[in-house]
Write a protein that binds this ligand. Structure first.
Ligand SMILES: Cc1ncc(COP(=O)(O)O)c(C=O)c1O
Length: 377
């Protein structure tokens, strides 16, 4: 079927594993020309939907090196590390990333060590001779500790160590880590980039074209390339990212201020609140005066029973252990993201039984407040 005369406004879903070539000469051009001469061959290597997603994220992040869309962020570490290398991370790192590093990359001979974020800036002190990469998040999960991105980037640069930033909580609307001097940015596109809780995906983009090429090679060879439908859904999500981030952030600030005054709440963790210890840093570093849609709270009755009562009462914050969808949700870190830790380790990180994490959606704020009021009262 020749579709040449058809000009769809939106890129269609290229649900095909392979693309046809008209001749052996064309096949040769595909293998030898820069960027495959604009052609596609095999969808494990590249396809138009994933290309569109990566191009758009790279544009938003200012990533000249391009990148790759995958099912997981693993590619970001693998692109620059090999057996014998060491990765340095904050102790507050997302539990899934810790599992990936400690259980899978360790088997490939890549070592990891963790230091509290507050100490991580002294990279010279914590590095090992084989340290290749620092991996850090802009806002930590679940207590929203704010990273000083430019400071960490400078420490890494002084040591000749690469910096990969997980910007899943912030999106390129709130931060552009490459502008701080980071080398790569990683998004769980499952979160704000997709934004509708209907796909799982990761996008990694790089400043350096050499790293960008390496990212794509790894995705091809390890079979990590994101499927056309998920790529397409993420691209559709990106079209409203700016609007959604504004509404998520405005709603979260309203919710945080409401919770901060409520007698059933002992503590609210939201960088947009003036009382948050990282507020000034967030204010100086986050773009567009927005602080995102993620916040956590500690109930005054700091028990699991009280957390369960909140979960049962709330109608608009269902217990769903992901985040960043247009509809609000709630997560309980103890048995999910921080399940692998002992009670003592969780307490040391401030994750007590009454800590809940809210992902504030883009609903009418008054409806969110009414629901929280009835759940907490
Ligand atoms: C900060 C952060 N990074 C990465 C991930 C991993 O995302 P995915 O499941 O899309 O690979 C998550 C998932 O919750 C996350 O919260």
């Amino acid at each position: 079927m020749d579709l040449t005369p058809i000009h769809p406004k939106v890129t269609p879903i290229y649900q095909t594993s392979v693309f046809k070539f008209a001749s052996l000469a064309e096949l040769e051009t595909y293998y030898t020309a820069p960027d495959h001469g604009g052609m596609y061959g095999y969808s494990r290597s590249e396809h138009p939907n994933s290309d569109e997603l990566v191009t758009e994220v790279a544009r938003l992040e200012g990533a000249a090196g391009g990148g790759v869309a995958t099912g997981a962020g693993l590619a970001g570490v693998l692109a620059v590390c090999q057996a014998g290398d060491h990765v340095l991370c904050p102790a507050e790192l997302y539990g899934g990333s810790v599992v990936l590093l400690s259980k899978e990359l360790s088997r490939l001979g890549i070592e990891t060590s963790y230091v509290p974020l507050a100490d991580l800036y002294d990279v010279a002190r914590h590095r090992r001779p084989n340290t290749k990469l620092v991996l850090a998040e802009v806002l930590s999960n679940p207590l929203l500790v704010v990273l000083d991105g430019p400071r960490l980037a400078q420490s890494c640069r002084e040591q000749g160590i690469l910096l990969l930033i997980d910007s899943s909580f912030t999106s390129p609307i709130l931060t552009r880590p490459l502008d701080w001097g980071a080398d790569m940015v990683w998004h769980s596109a499952t979160k704000y980039l997709g934004g509708h809780s209907d796909l799982t995906a990761g996008v990694v983009v790089a400043r350096d074209p050499e790293i960008g090429r390496h990212l794509r090679r790894i995705a091809t060879n390890l079979g990590l390339m994101l499927a056309p439908l998920d790529s397409w859904l993420a691209v559709r999500g990106l079209k409203t990212l700016r609007l959604r981030m504004r509404q998520h952030s405005e709603n979260a600030l309203v919710v945080a201020r409401f919770l901060a005054k409520h007698p059933a709440i002992a503590q609210v963790f939201y960088p947009g609140l003036e009382t948050h210890p990282g507020h000034e840093l967030a204010e100086s570093q986050l773009l567009n005066g927005l602080y995102g849609g993620m916040l956590s709270l500690r109930l005054a009755d700091d028990t699991m029973a009280a957390a369960e009562r909140f979960i049962q009462q709330s109608q608009l914050f269902p217990l769903a252990p992901s985040l960043a969808g247009v509809a609000s949700s709630c997560s309980y870190p103890r048995p999910t993201s921080h399940r692998g830790l002992t009670e003592a380790q969780r307490r040391a990180l401030g994750i007590t039984p009454g800590v809940l994490r809210l992902s504030v959606g883009i609903e009418e704020p008054a409806e969110l407040l009414a629901d929280l009021a009835q759940a907490l009262d």
